[in-house]
Design a protein. Structure first.
Ligand SMILES: Cc1ncc(COP(=O)(O)O)c(C=O)c1O
Length: 404
């Protein structure tokens, strides 16, 4: 991979931060955007903007064509059909859609939903809302000390009659753990359970074949995969989507409306009420086009190298602790340093031009399991360099010598 050439694709990477060359190491929060994505949004508004589904004039047809083509390209990338590809605002809306339109309708007080301790709040709270509504219960799969899932716990519990659904993340945004979602899906499906995968952190680092994976739903956010904010996707099996009630009502999702009752358009339109984020969908299509020029294995390998460089250097610091040490992990380095608050550390790094994240990373239950209030988190993407990983280590060492 030619990293310098890749960096040229991302205009923001040449900016400074506090007057120092910028090292962006907060990719698990959001990724930066290549020119191909930025230009597609600008071009759409400059020359193709119109509402979709409604117009007969040339401009409207053009907007419709771009929107449709983006869905087609994205569905092909994930080996799903267009009917199975629903545009949403992001993984959060995706999980809420699945929870409300699917789970609320089929679960009752005797049922259980499995989630894991390492889930983002977006994959906890929607299920809690379903539980409140239906009386169903949440069962939580523990995380082992190395940050991997307690696989035995899943095997012990997935076959239980009361368990109807499991929803888990493919990669933990805090620990970096890569979960064996294909294996878990196969096991869960062999007992007839519904499987929901949160792909928010996996899509930028791993290729997903929806059909081969065999889960019922898969969702992700565009902004974490070099696409725009405010757009994401739910992939859902066609037969299930056909039976599901809509998530929201309004224009564009109907077949016939009368005061006596309404019939709905087929999926995916049934789940896309109102004027969609056309520019966002086009930008996301371009982001997927952008990453599909690379081998995802090569991206993951490059990122892992940077993670290892950073880890090796930081591990020399007295009081350093990595949270999430399993071998099978993405390039997410969550850590704490004894007697130094992560926020102080991040503020110090900011002054050195380095952007990392601190806090609970929307994983408060996981923080409790780890026994910390917050961690510092450096997360790498394909455009990061070895030099940036070294800069991180040096800046943290300097911070420690001053703050301690
Ligand atoms: C694992 C995981 N799931 C879900 C989300 C929610 O994504 P969004 O805020 O884009 O909807 C995130 C965002 O950080 C995440 O990391």
């Amino acid at each position: 991979m030619n990293i310098e050439k890749i960096r040229d694709d991302f205009p923001i990477l040449s900016r400074h931060n506090r007057g120092v060359p910028f090292a962006y190491l907060d990719n698990a929060a959001t990724s930066q955007k290549p020119s191909i994505v930025i230009d597609s949004i600008k071009n759409y508004y400059a020359s193709s903007n119109s509402n979709v589904h409604r117009g007969v004039y040339e401009l409207a047809e053009e907007a419709e064509h771009l929107y449709h083509n983006s869905r087609k390209f994205i569905s092909q990338y994930f080996n799903a059909s267009e009917k199975e590809t629903i545009f949403v605002r992001g993984a959060t809306e995706g999980l809420n859609l699945i929870a409300h339109s699917y789970a609320s309708d089929i679960l009752n007080q005797n049922d259980e939903i499995i989630v894991t301790e390492m889930e983002h709040h977006a994959n906890i709270v929607p299920w809690q809302l379903v539980c409140e509504k239906t009386g169903a219960k949440l069962k939580v799969c523990p995380t082992l000390p190395d940050g991997s899932l307690d696989r035995e716990w899943i095997s012990k519990n997935i076959s239980r009659e009361s368990v109807k659904l499991i929803s888990l993340t493919a990669i933990s945004n805090t620990l970096g753990t890569i979960n064996p979602v294909a294996e878990i899906t196969t096991e869960a499906k062999s007992f007839g359970k519904t499987v929901v995968i949160d792909g928010a952190q996996s899509v930028p680092h791993q290729k997903t074949d929806f059909r081969k994976l065999g889960c019922d739903f898969f969702t992700f956010s565009g902004h974490k995969v070099f696409g725009p904010m405010g757009i994401g996707v739910v992939l859902g099996k066609e037969a299930i989507l056909r039976e599901m009630i809509p998530y929201q009502g309004g224009g564009d999702m109907i077949d016939q409306v009368s005061f006596e009752g309404t019939t709905f358009a087929p999926a995916p339109q049934k789940f896309e009420a109102g004027t969609p984020n056309v520019a966002g969908a086009i930008g996301l299509g371009k982001a997927i086009e952008y990453i599909s020029q690379f081998s995802m294995e090569e991206i993951a390998q490059h990122e892992h190298l940077l993670y290892k460089t950073a880890l090796r250097g930081l591990a020399e610091i007295a009081g350093f602790k990595e949270h999430g040490t399993t071998e099978n992990k993405a390039a997410v380095l969550s850590f704490t340093i004894e007697n130094i608050h992560p926020h102080d550390l991040a503020t110090f790094l900011d002054a050195q031009g380095i952007a990392i994240r601190t806090g609970h990373h929307c994983c408060q239950p996981l923080m409790k399991v780890l026994g910390v209030e917050a961690t510092a988190r450096a997360s790498f993407a394909l455009y990061n360099t070895e030099e940036e990983a070294v800069r991180l280590v040096e800046a943290v060492k300097k911070a420690v010598s001053i703050l301690k």
